[in-house]
Design a protein. Structure first.
Length: 209
């Protein structure tokens, strides 16, 4: 086979691979991978509380709130994960500042899909936060957030690529290598302004990729 023809075939293969990667990044699910429930709807089996926040399961829903004197805290899985798609169905009682931790190794080495209404810079639920870097991606579309009802965050982390979908709409697509593995979790933020906040989690499932 002539060299120009080989070069052309190689070019076509590279373009096809990149198109497939782009299509996968734009799709909010990967049905080929089996899903595992991380929250059993009954108790905190498989989870570990850190800090002073209060966590309970009531009527099949995981509920987090501040502890005494507005104490914050986190609820983290006992297991760590690297590449995955994580689906979380949630709602909050506002005002709120919380989120879904993933690839959590420490408070300084982690990512969070935020659930909040931040003013400076303006950032809404679905924004991607990284300690020391603030927001890697920002959602500014308030119409995507159901403030009174249930929402679904889908987080895809593969290698250094981070994708976040809020209610089926992609709101973050970035590359960052701060953390390549770690635990999954939820945050209850400190501050008297969030004293009435409740974080309610109805479903948590993960597809390891």
């Amino acid at each position: 086979m002539k060299r120009p023809t080989l070069c052309m075939l190689f070019f076509v293969m590279i373009v096809s691979i990149r198109q497939l990667e782009a299509a996968a990044a734009d799709s909010p699910t990967n049905p080929a991978a089996p899903a595992t429930r991380l929250f059993n709807g009954k108790d905190l089996t498989g989870w570990k509380a850190v800090g002073g926040a209060r966590w309970q399961v009531k009527d099949g829903v995981l509920i987090g709130r501040q502890g005494q004197n507005n104490e914050p805290g986190d609820l983290l899985t006992e297991k760590s994960y690297n590449d995955f798609e994580l689906s979380v169905t949630f709602k909050v009682e506002w005002p709120a500042n919380t989120g879904v931790w993933y690839r959590y190794q420490s408070a300084q080495r982690t990512y969070q899909a935020d659930i909040l209404e931040y003013k400076k810079p303006f950032a809404l639920t679905g924004s991607l936060y990284c300690p020391g870097k603030l927001f890697l991606a920002v959602n500014t579309d308030a119409a995507l957030v159901n403030r009174e009802g249930w929402n679904t965050l889908l987080i895809r982390a593969v290698g250094d690529r981070q994708n976040i979908f809020l209610n089926g709409k992609k709101v973050a697509d970035v590359r960052d290598d701060t953390s390549d593995h770690g635990r999954i979790g939820f945050q209850v933020h400190a501050g008297a302004q969030f004293a009435k906040m409740r974080v309610l989690i109805k479903a948590v499932s993960i597809r390891q990729l």
